[in-house]
Design a protein around this ligand. Sequence first.
Ligand code: GCO
Ligand code: MG
Length: 408
Amino acid sequence: MKIVTADVIVTSPNRNFVTLKITTDEGLTGLGDATLNGRELAVVSYLRDHVVPLLIGRDADRIEDTWQFLYRSGYWRRGPVTMAAIAAVDMALWDIKGKAAQMPVYQLLGGASRDGLMAYGHASGTSLPALFDSIREHQEQGYRSIRVQTGVPGLKSIYGIAAQSTGEERYDHEPAQRGAYPAEEDWDTRAYLRHLPTVFEAVRHEFGPDLPLLHDGHHRMTPIQAAKLGKSLEPYDLFWLEDCTPAENQEALRLVRQHTTTPLAIGEIFNTVWDFQALIKEQLIDYVRAASTHFGGISPLRKVMDYAAQYQVKSGFHGPTDISPVGLAAQMHVGLAIHNFGIQEYMQHGARTNAVFQQSFTFADGYLHPGDLPGLGVELDVDEAGRYPYEVAYLPYNRLADGTVHDW
Ligand code: GCO
Ligand code: MG
């Protein structure tokens, strides 16, 4: 079965998405997600100018060979642009293989290891009452695990607070905004470290000991600050503390680990299996936060999880709205098949996005399931996608009180 066309589709229903659609000479089509939030067009060019011409005429059945060919023949390895482009090809070929076999992709990966994927949603509020309302709202939607982010006294804005954006017109992820320049936010780590334990104490008091609670530190702390936070959150029994330090310095996790038993999750900005190698082997993390979309697709995600299984490290795949429904479906299939699944982030896309991407997954009683359609189970309505052209959008950035740029 030969690849005859590969189209790169850019659409911005609630936010920007880049999708690769591969068609074979047997008339089968496959979709892959290549969305890189805030740098979308770089991947479009990488695909259109350098990858699509190499795909035409290739054997669509040879997923691993195509992956290795794109990775190794490019010479310049790794990096989010390269790996998002390769991811899209990998996902699209798995989608095609599933359709050819008339099986959902999770069947090709070994079949289901569980009935559904426990998912967590994003509760947030600038104040405690607003946060409690948001947690309750998520529970009503069926979520049984909840990420908690709140405002910090003295700071105007803080990562992960949805308050800036409500309704269908909003940009479909709280911090990112349409516009030609990144929004500037403020940050004070000491104020955050003082405030956060009081928030988790209040949440535990209100919602009891059972509810799994997660928190995202979004790369803002030094190792010793992260160690302190992990320790001060121990009484509140977090499911995980995510991205407590910037991911570039992996040694930082060693120091954090020496000081706290709060479980650690990292890796949403990692691109390859090698980024996780030392962290898994030295058991410095508990959850792999990679996303199929930024990690080279289904094939490497499966490999890193099989490696992690030896060390009892579990999955916690990145699933914000900047992962398209295609990328989300891809990692749901992996999550259902692997033994060491942990949890799946699930933020929910907006209605326009769901009209562009027809999906077959279900979310019931807190559990996701990718569905049983052949392939990934997602189709793209090209006409609907064409109604929403690309719009410039950026993630925000941070400055400290004295004007220094800080990690966002
Ligand atoms: C998460 C992430 C996102 C990122 C976003 C950046 O844990 O879901 O931190 O919220 O900020 O994916 O593009
Ligand atoms: Mg995160």
